[in-house]
Design a protein. Sequence first.
Length: 225
Amino acid sequence: MDATYTTPSGIEAESMRIIGEELARLGLAFPAEHEAVVKRVIHTTADFDYAVNLRFTEQAVERGVAAFQAGASIVTDTNMAKAGVSKAALGKLGGQVRCFMADPEVAAAAKARGATRAAVCMEKAAREHPGAVLAVGNAPTALLKLCELMDTGLRPALVVGVPVGFVNVVESKERIFEACERYDVPCIAAMGRKGGSNVAAAICNAILYTALDAVDPAKRQEALK
């Protein structure tokens, strides 16, 4: 065990160095604007499959950075993703993170209509936060609902589509990515079965830190004081 790295910032910096070395050894390189996202997801999951699974629409990261710098908020489909988003970084930029899964009105509407809470959450997000970053880490039905809402005019600041699982997961990611390309909505998706709330939060954090110019952990400590 290496006891050299004992502070959170030191551990993170060394982890990112190791990730960079392993990616180079695998012969994998990324556009500069994607690198921070890919590395943060691998840092969160220790899974190098994300180096090939993550897919970006054109200028997705740049437009996400611009949205956060303009004060955009985040709406997630799980309280776990909400918990994982850096409130300090988001707050510095004037945004907030919300999740409506525990909202009594959402629960009642979902039960009455035989729909999932996640789908109804996206409807609420579209009504109340149409310009938000929408981060989906659990529910394919949330992505499918977003496709419908985009057909009727919704244009989120960014869609993070990374649900995990086996039923409708692959298809929902493919559909949201195609819809986002069609409607010129920025999107970052983890194609295939892998994903999760932690991945959704990691992607949001990577873009938040880029927006703050605080990707480096030591620099971030100063930025978030």
